[in-house]
Design a protein around this ligand. Structure first.
Ligand SMILES: [Mg+2]
Length: 379
């Protein structure tokens, strides 16, 4: 359990590194003082910045990085604490500073009970446009808290069968053949590998992997292919290599080209960058075969649940993915995994400094913990 002193120290670290003008104390939302020790009836929101260190430099078609900033949140109520998290990969535009600024606006003291989830999350949604990772950090902590108050995990509250979790894929970033072989060896417990493509060594990446494993592959191009006929030829070649689906093959602006590609593709084509929130799901119908939902893109578990149901109503495939995250946000997303076709929930496995224990992987399959809420324990 992180003490208040640890939490303040973390805030102080951020202030020092990033030169922020706020003091550690402002990391507490305004209602903290009204909740006092946290043993009263009010909800207390706390948050502290943290940096996740990646085991390998992670390269995709558009960027490369070795750490990811996250914000850890806690909502305390009546002696129980719900945990949440915002992850901010730089290309999405959120940062420690933007999430801090958003969370300072949050006043949970206006709500008499955490069970008013719809009202609370509607309020969070309308506080400011965008800021989806920041919103997710409150949404996840609130779900964790309410699950703990009900003493049930969310998959059970939603009526989902924990036996029906999918296999999860393990991500292999773009790299030299030597590092790629090393990463494939690290991925030995997984049955599906997600391969990042979209630079000029796509066939070499796949051939390197195929020289060491015959596991099922899926491919994420991160908008890296620019021409549709070339993309289609690659998809046929990849199908022969045992690839099962293609994620975001072309830039999201090329809607007509992507629709043509999906229509002609022998493999399902899944939207990631093209679909952020529930408003985008309908637009993806007829353009993609399915969507990749991430809590940090859509604002949390409530929104993800609605998106899955919307996609199903449109007869689309559903995948649940993640950013670089601790086991906190990964375990939150995993609660929804019995509803999806594919899961790519490996963000916690790619980091060196996880702070939580939650969902486990056994023989490549997601094992949901029996613990209430999102099922995590702080290390
Ligand atoms: Mg993707």
């Amino acid at each position: 359990m992180t003490s208040r002193r640890d939490f303040l120290r973390n805030c102080g670290t951020l202030a020092g590194v990033a030169g922020f003008s706020y003091m550690g104390l402002s990391c507490n939302a305004q209602n903290d003082k009204q909740a006092g020790s946290g043993k009263g009836k009010g909800m207390t929101l706390r948050f502290s910045p943290y940096d996740l260190e990646l085991k390998h430099v992670f390269t995709i078609a558009t960027s490369s990085r070795k750490s990811t900033p996250v914000m850890l949140t806690e909502i305390e109520y009546d002696g129980l604490t719900g945990f949440g998290e915002a992850s901010m990969p730089p290309y999405l535009g959120e940062s420690h500073e933007t999430v801090n600024n958003f969370l300072k606006l949050v006043d949970l003291a206006r709500f008499s009970s955490p069970f008013l989830m719809e009202e609370i999350l509607d309020y969070i949604e309308q506080l400011a446009p965008g800021n989806y990772a920041a919103k997710a950090s409150v949404d996840i902590a609130l779900h964790d808290l309410v699950g703990k108050l009900m003493n049930q995990p969310w998959y059970r509250i939603w009526g989902l069968n924990p036996e029906k979790t999918p296999f999860t894929s393990f991500t292999i970033g773009i790299d030299t053949p030597e590092v790629v072989r090393e990463k494939v060896a690290e991925a030995s417990p997984y049955r599906i590998l997600k391969v990042k493509l979209g630079q000029d060594n796509d066939k070499e990446m796949i051939q390197t992997i195929r020289s060491v494993t015959d596991k099922a592959l899926c491919v994420d191009v991160n908008q890296g292919w620019k021409e549709r006929q070339m993309a289609l030829d690659m998809i046929y070649w990849l199908k022969d290599q045992g690839v099962v689906f293609i994620e975001q093959p072309m830039p999201k602006s090329l809607v007509e080209d992507i629709a043509w590609l999906t229509q002609n593709s022998p493999l399902p084509v899944i939207a990631d960058e093209s679909v952020q929130t529930i408003m985008d799901v309908k637009k993806a119908d007829g353009v993609y075969s399915g969507i990749n939902i991430k809590l940090m893109k859509c604002g949390g578990m409530r929104s993800a649940f609605k998106m899955i149901n919307t996609a199903r109503a449109l007869n689309m495939k559903v995948m649940i993915g993640c950013m670089t995250e601790t086991s906190c946000a990964i375990s939150a997303a995993a609660q929804l995994s019995p509803m999806v076709d594919w899961a790519d929930l490996d963000g916690n496995l790619l980091i060196k400094n996880d702070l939580f224990e939650g969902v486990k992987i056994a023989d490549g399959k997601i094992i949901l913990p029996d613990a209430p809420g999102i099922g995590v324990k702080k290390l």
